[in-house]
Design a protein around this ligand. Structure first.
Ligand SMILES: Cc1cc2nc3c(=O)[nH]c(=O)nc-3n(C[C@H](O)[C@H](O)[C@H](O)COP(=O)(O)OP(=O)(O)OC[C@H]3O[C@@H](n4cnc5c(N)ncnc54)[C@H](O)[C@@H]3O)c2cc1C
Length: 453
């Protein structure tokens, strides 16, 4: 409220501008009828009905109205995951993030409520978990990430979601986010030590845990409890984010606000009973020209633990020989060209969203740029033309830094990539908070999933 009163006329105009753009795309364009781009009738299979699979299926129906589109996914609910940090922060409720897929999937798309167990890329067929076989001309893999909480000894997704374990949560599940909110409330009421742990695998929205860490610090400060709330962020990798400029900015914020952090500390085990987290401190060194890592074990007592799981992709991807084959992510993530999103070995296979093996782009905002690219490239391929559309790695993560403030973190393969000058590349502002909290969900859930934004 206070923030609203203090808003300058210029800010208000900017908000109206951004609001107009966002609502225009979310609402206004909904009314416009998309024009077909081809009468061809390919048989397209999409595995995974998350933000990526649903948005692309809607676009393909617009562009190729005669196409047969089979969309496979057994899960009837889509959670708006960018809202999970807002649940933890007490701004959204669980129900604000919950959507029935039947309300989102275009009626011309054939939604098959089964998961895929097997892909045979050489004969272009799929097998569902119940053993039914389907063929395809084009295949789109949109299966997101698979969480591996159990790779931390003593943890599992059940424990994360179980209210009985009331001091261990993850904002990467909806129930974990609800629990995280209660934990934050307890911390600012009674004090205690909060430990935040992040893995060294690729993760979606790399800023998410930091957002919650920032909100906790801000809330504790505003409630005069900062001296009683200890916090420490342990990052398994070697930087705060995959965008170097923003990684530096985040470190700067942590230092300025006296929020301790350690990098190259990978959670290994959690002793729930004694409330101790065990980390491997990873210390790289070179011996006779060979890169090695020395490991020192570090034990950290905690009152509250906020964990991000290690992430991999659906097992069928590696089984089918579709995964990245070299480097530190070998055996995972779909091996696609980072610009065209076309599989490097199988030209009729594409990947969208978090499962794509591209160096950046594990955000919903990336999907907004990816789905028109894949739709165009399928059209080009159908017409025997070189693929013309490219994804340049756009990734966006509005970083909530305080209640009422955020930095619009936006970058691509090359560097920072602000979509509007008023957002600023590294500037904390109330405008960015407003966009994240009030506009983005509408843009995604009323626009993007219908291929209208
Ligand atoms: C805490 C948090 C905060 C975030 N904040 C932001 C943010 O601020 N901004 C932003 O842009 N993004 C944010 N994101 C990231 C964003 O939510 C994801 O990038 C996006 O939802 C990924 O969409 P997807 O379609 O790739 O995967 P998902 O939405 O995860 O969907 C994958 C689908 O595939 C299905 N599936 C899996 N395996 C199979 C199979 N074998 N067969 C059939 N179906 C299968 C699943 O059931 C699921 O429905 C955040 C995410 C989290 C968790």
């Amino acid at each position: 409220m206070e923030k609203t009163k203090n808003i300058s006329r210029r800010d208000l105009l900017k908000i109206m501008g951004v609001g107009g753009v966002a609502l225009g795309t979310a609402g206004g364009l909904m009314a416009t009828k998309a024009e077909a781009k081809s009468n061809l009738a390919p048989n397209i299979a999409i595995i995974g009905a998350g933000l990526g699979g649903i948005s692309l299926s809607a676009k393909l129906i617009d562009d190729l109205p005669n196409a047969k589109i089979n969309l496979f996914d057994a899960d009837p609910i889509l959670y708006y995951q960018p809202g999970f940090t807002l649940i933890a922060g007490g701004i959204y409720d669980k129900k604000d993030t919950e959507f029935q897929k039947q309300d989102l999937i275009n009626e011309k798309v054939n939604w098959i409520k089964e998961n895929i167990d097997l892909v045979n890329p050489d004969d272009k067929s799929l097998v569902t978990t119940s053993g039914k076989t389907y063929s395809y001309d084009y295949l789109i893999i949109a299966t997101g990430t698979t969480y591996k909480f159990e790779e931390y000894e003593g943890l599992s997704e059940e424990i994360i979601n179980d209210p009985q374990y009331s001091n261990i949560a993850s904002i990467y599940t909806v129930d974990g986010s609800v629990k995280a909110h209660t934990m934050i409330q307890e911390l600012v009421k009674n004090g205690g030590k909060a430990v935040f742990a992040e893995p060294n695998t690729p993760i979606k929205c790399g800023g998410a845990n930091k957002k919650v860490n920032f909100l906790l610090e801000d809330l504790a400060t505003s409630k005069n409890m900062r001296s009683k709330v200890q916090m420490h962020l342990y990052v398994g990798g070697e930087s705060m984010l995959s965008s170097p400029v923003h990684a530096k900015m985040i470190e700067q914020f942590f230092l300025e606000r006296k929020m301790p952090y350690s990098m190259r500390h990978l959670l290994r085990k959690v002793d729930k009973e004694n409330k101790i987290a065990y980390f491997d401190k990873l210390m790289p060194y070179t011996e006779n020209g060979v890169q090695k890592t020395a490991i020192e074990q570090v034990s950290v007592p905690f009152d509250y633990l906020f964990v991000i799981p290690k992430m991999i992709t659906s097992p069928f991807i590696a089984k089918a020989g579709l995964a990245v084959t070299s480097g530190h992510v070998a055996g995972n993530w779909v091996d696609v060209d980072k610009f065209t999103l076309q599989h490097k070995k199988y030209p009729t296979i594409f990947a969208i969203g978090d499962c794509a093996g591209v160096p950046k782009g594990k955000t919903g905002a990336s999907i907004r740029k990816q789905y028109p690219v894949i739709a165009q490239n399928i059209l080009d391929h159908l017409n025997g033309k070189p693929l013309s559309a490219k994804f340049y790695g756009y990734t966006a993560c509005p970083l909530l830094t305080r209640y009422g403030k955020a930095v619009m973190v936006e970058f691509n393969y090359e560097g920072v990539d602000p979509s509007m000058p008023c957002f600023g590349a590294t500037r904390e502002s109330w405008l960015n908070w407003f966009v994240k909290v009030y506009l983005m969900k509408a843009m995604v859930m009323k626009g993007m999933v219908f291929a209208k934004a």
